[in-house]
Write a protein that binds this ligand. Structure first.
Ligand SMILES: Nc1ncnc2c1ncn2[C@@H]1O[C@H](COP(=O)(O)OP(=O)(O)OP(=O)(O)O)[C@@H](O)[C@H]1O
Length: 225
């Protein structure tokens, strides 16, 4: 077995009451080339867990390691900047910018350099079905599914090994959801990424490689064949 990309080491978390933690002593490894889904009832802690995995919040106990290094020691801001792409249900694109500008500015922030940036971004957008004309429109004028494709392409262009996504298909119809899930599967398997996605949808979970079910602070791993 290869070393994990991300490893939860005895992680515990609570919001207000230490005596009543959301979860405790969590040890889970996440690997590249794998698409993980996190499921569980509302309030079970899916978003909290993803926030820890994406370095948006700090574990109250234990530590999380990225490539064998403590993310607490490297600093959560550095961890997010250098190693993680985060995709939200609400896309989090800059509405008055075009799809192209949204991606170019994220690449500038994360320091991702390519030879011919315009060509690169347009090709990446074309792969997810966004035409050059659409790439040059303000993202506000695109549909929800198209905006989510732009957000995924932004993550893809920043080229981090770890991608975390919180209900990215929550606002989309069934057909578009399926297409988006296929993009995540391809990212994991063809681009050797570690993708961790929160979903309420059992059908989407069944399409991932591994599902982690949260219930009353415990974690159950289901391997899909
Ligand atoms: N900032 C906060 N302060 C206090 N409690 C919080 C905070 N955020 C979440 N919680 C509580 O922690 C628990 C887990 O919340 P979380 O959002 O992680 O669950 P979830 O499984 O993602 O829920 P949902 O499916 O409804 O989005 C819930 O009981 C929630 O009320």
């Amino acid at each position: 077995m290869t070393a994990p990309l991300l490893a939860f080491k005895n992680v515990g978390y609570w919001y207000t009451d230490k005596q009543n933690p959301l979860f405790q002593s969590v040890n889970i490894d996440f690997h590249k080339n794998t698409f993980y889904t996190i499921t569980g009832t509302s309030g079970s802690g899916k978003t909290t867990f993803l926030s820890l995995a994406g370095g948006l919040d700090k574990a109250k106990e234990g530590d999380i390691e990225y490539d064998g290094k403590s993310i607490r020691k490297m600093g959560l801001g550095n961890f997010r900047h250098d190693y993680v792409s985060i995709i939200f249900q609400s896309y989090n694109l800059i509405p008055y910018m075009t799809a192209y500008q949204n991606i170019a500015s994220a690449m500038a922030i994360t320091g991702k350099k390519v030879e011919n940036q315009e060509d690169y971004i347009l090709k990446m957008l074309a792969k997810v079905g966004i035409s050059e004309e659409q790439a040059k429109q303000r993202v506000l004028t695109l549909s929800g599914g198209q905006q989510q494709r732009v957000a995924i392409t932004r993550a893809f262009c920043c080229d981090t090994d770890l991608i975390v996504a919180d209900e990215p298909t929550g606002n989309l119809d069934d057909k578009t959801s399926k297409e988006i899930v296929k993009l995540f599967t391809d990212l994991a398997h063809q681009e050797n990424k570690c993708v961790i996605m929160v979903t309420h949808d059992p059908q989407i979970a069944a399409q991932s490689d591994v599902t982690i079910q949260l219930s009353n602070g415990s974690f159950r791993m289901l391997q899909h064949v």
